[in-house]
Design a protein around this ligand. Structure first.
Ligand SMILES: [Zn+2]
Length: 109
């Protein structure tokens, strides 16, 4: 029994909205941001809606902390392996992305 497409569409919109709210609330209420992201994550699981790549970089998959480079997350460039590593300042969780995903550096090869 799959859910009707409009339900998924609505849930998708809600996820985006929650991320927007998380971004807005972060400077003054980072704990609210975390809550919003947690809710967004639950909606995504419940309705089987993948969170977009862009949004996935904005939170910690372990503790749902909203990621702001230099504040709540460290971003390291591992040029040897063409990777970018995100390290959560809250829980120490790591997430790694390839350069190609990042759309960084277009090398002329
Ligand atoms: Zn974390």
């Amino acid at each position: 029994m799959s859910k009707p497409s409009w339900v998924k569409e609505l849930a998708g919109k809600r996820i985006k909205k929650l991320f927007n709210e998380a971004e807005e609330q972060f400077p003054e209420h980072p704990e609210r941001s975390r809550r919003y992201i947690e809710i967004a994550h639950k909606i995504s699981e419940k309705y089987n809606i993948p969170i977009s790549k862009d949004l996935k970089r904005k939170f910690c998959p372990n503790c749902y902390s909203y990621w702001v480079p230099g504040e709540t997350v460290k971003v390291r460039i591992d040029s040897e392996n063409s990777r970018v590593i995100y390290i959560c300042n809250e829980c120490g969780g790591e997430r790694t992305y390839g350069y190609s995903e990042e759309k960084l550096g277009k090398n002329n090869q």
